[in-house]
Ligand binder design. Structure first.
Ligand SMILES: [Zn+2]
Length: 185
């Protein structure tokens, strides 16, 4: 399959009922790298995305004004939304998931899989958009990840994800906004 056909297939995948994950398994890590490098294909026409290096720093009060109470709790206070409450867990259209704090694109629809946990889950990310740290909020250490641009907490990454990455980015839906490639959200 040449590169153009491959990318076309990726975009059509959700519509054809074949998940990005199925493709990723078949093509292995090279496929994941393709997904990472070509994430802009999932941006809607005319949308310009900020870069991770354009830092957005606001005071706690400014964040409180800018975000919904639920998004503030997750992004700025490292809270966790109740499982199964996010409509984005069931979002299957082609498009891009952006940080609800600063609009930085962090995942595409082709990076998403159904983990059955009740939280939107992804097996990889757009490159360079998250930073991680260990957290000890519960007894065993977990790897927390947050937006590189605004510092907003998104979720935790676990090593029980699907092949080929074996990673599961367990993301609070309220920390994300979905921008469909076509049509309105
Ligand atoms: Zn952000």
């Amino acid at each position: 399959m040449d590169r153009r056909k491959l990318l076309k297939a990726l975009l059509a995948a959700p519509l054809a009922g074949v998940s990005g994950l199925a493709y990723a398994r078949k093509k292995g890590m090279a496929m994941v790298e393709e997904l990472q490098q070509n994430w802009k294909m999932f941006l809607a026409a005319g949308v310009t995305a900020p870069s991770p290096d354009e830092a957005l720093k606001l005071s706690k009060d400014e964040w409180r004004k800018r975000l919904s109470p639920a998004a503030f709790d997750v992004l700025r206070e490292a809270g966790t939304e109740r499982a199964g409450t996010s409509p984005l867990d069931r979002e299957k259209r082609a498009g891009v998931f952006v940080c609800a704090g600063c609009d930085l694109p962090v995942f595409t629809s082709a990076m998403k899989f159904d983990s059955g946990t009740g939280w939107p889950s992804f097996f990889t990310t757009i490159p360079g958009v998250f930073e991680t740290k260990a957290d000890y909020l519960i007894v065993f250490p977990r790897t927390e990840y947050h937006c590189k641009r605004c510092g907003g907490h998104h979720g935790h990454v676990f090593e029980d994800g699907p092949a080929p990455t074996g990673l599961r980015y367990c993301n609070n839906g309220v920390a994300l906004k979905f921008v469909p490639k076509e049509g309105r959200a």
